[in-house]
Design a protein around this ligand. Structure first.
Ligand code: SAH
Ligand code: SF4
Length: 353
């Protein structure tokens, strides 16, 4: 019999499974708490009888993220992990210390099938989806290794979260459960390249997490050049979904815009973008692109970033220029660290509002 992934199960699913197997139902909460606190084996569950532990081993497995590599920045408090899972697939996570505690940027897939031309993950193709338990395991391993408590989570590592939607929803439910890590949805941010049907679904569920949309271009001809997903859902459809999201949830969306010199950073494009975002509760993050794909995308100059930002603001769109985070470990990474720090800023500014 194939072992089942018990750490991806909700408390009520474990209770139900225990009831079906004639196992003592009150044990379900104990087991759930062990799992959510990061137990890596059934034998760690010291308040669970040995007999039950043996029974559980025969039916379930526990996902673990093993530290393969750990890079600590000499410049800031950023720590990057390369984690491996049981099948040797690897993903990256980044931990950062912030004013309001520790934040982590986790991966949701091994690779990504969206193929954005500026993105290292997109270029390297897709291997598989992560399970909810593997998303949790990244947080648990980092917490254990650093002996810290994480308080903010950003789904902005490898992969497209809304292309692994069921597992991401499950992860959100587990990580925010009060018997589990109990990290509130307002401390969680989900980033997407624009999977429109899932944006509507998130809105209808009224999830309280922050939605971050990687826009990077104001119109279809430009966006389709760098982001293949745009051929399925164009800018108009995407922004319509975003408007529905903000209208339904009253939550602000943050739009990511990687500034590529000579491609998407002109005054006219800033004006066009401002026009498109009108009426959506939003915040635009302007980031100098990082050429990690060998496409020779050049970062826009600091002056250009500020000029672009000024035009957005003049047209009533709030925007921030983000500095390039030139840390030593970031340089060795595809794309991971870049954006999550800004997201943490967003979460923090939302919290202090
Ligand atoms: N798939 C999701 C989340 C992971 S990508 C998404 O696309 O939103 C995390 C962020 O990094 C996204 O905003 C993405 O557009 C951005 N990104 C990827 N490559 C980049 C690069 N070379 N320079 C700047 N930002 C990049
Ligand atoms: Fe995938 Fe996001 Fe990279 Fe695009 S930017 S390829 S959606 S990880």
């Amino acid at each position: 019999m194939e072992l089942q992934d018990i750490k991806s199960m909700t408390l009520s699913e474990i209770q139900e499974a225990f009831a079906n197997d004639k196992l003592p139902k009150f044990r379900a909460l104990q087991v759930y708490q062990w799992l959510q606190r990061g137990a890596e084996s059934f034998d760690e569950m010291s308040n669970v009888s040995k007999e039950l532990r043996e029974q559980l081993k025969g039916k379930y497995y526990i996902s673990v993220a093993t530290v393969e590599k750990k890079l600590v920045s000499n410049y800031d408090n950023t720590i990057k992990y390369l984690f491996s899972f049981a099948d040797n697939c690897c993903v990256e996570s980044v931990v950062m210390q912030y004013k309001h505690g520790y934040s982590i940027c986790i991966s949701t897939q091994v690779g990504c099938r969206m193929g954005c031309t500026f993105c290292a993950t997109g270029k390297s193709g897709f291997s598989r989806n992560l399970t909810a338990s593997e998303m949790l395991a990244q947080i648990q391993s980092a917490q254990k290794d650093l002996e810290i408590q994480i308080s903010n989570i950003v789904l902005m590592g490898m992969g497209e979260p809304l292309d692994n939607y069921q597992q991401v929803l499950r992860f959100l439910e587990l990580v925010s459960s009060k018997e589990g890590m109990n990290i509130g949805m307002r401390h969680i941010s989900v980033s997407t390249c624009g999977i429109v049907d899932k944006i509507y679904d998130m809105a209808n569920r009224k999830l309280q997490c922050t939605l971050s949309v990687s826009l990077h271009a104001p119109n279809d001809s430009l966006r389709s050049q760098t982001m293949p997903i745009n051929k399925k859902w164009g800018v108009e459809q995407l922004l319509k979904a975003c408007k529905y999201y903000t209208d339904t949830t009253r939550r602000r969306i943050s739009f990511e815009y990687a500034m590529i010199s000579g491609l998407n950073d002109s005054d006219a494009q800033a004006k066009e973008l401002a026009g498109k975002l009108k009426g959506i509760i939003s915040h635009v993050n302007l980031i100098p692109v990082n050429d990690v794909t060998g496409n020779h995308y050049k970062k826009s100059s600091v002056q250009r970033l500020h000029a672009f930002c000024g035009i957005l603001e003049k047209h009533g769109i709030t925007a921030t220029v983000r500095r390039t985070l030139g840390s030593d470990i970031q340089a060795s990474c595809g794309q991971l660290q870049r954006r999550y720090k800004e997201e943490v800023n967003n979460i923090e500014s939302a919290q202090s509002n």
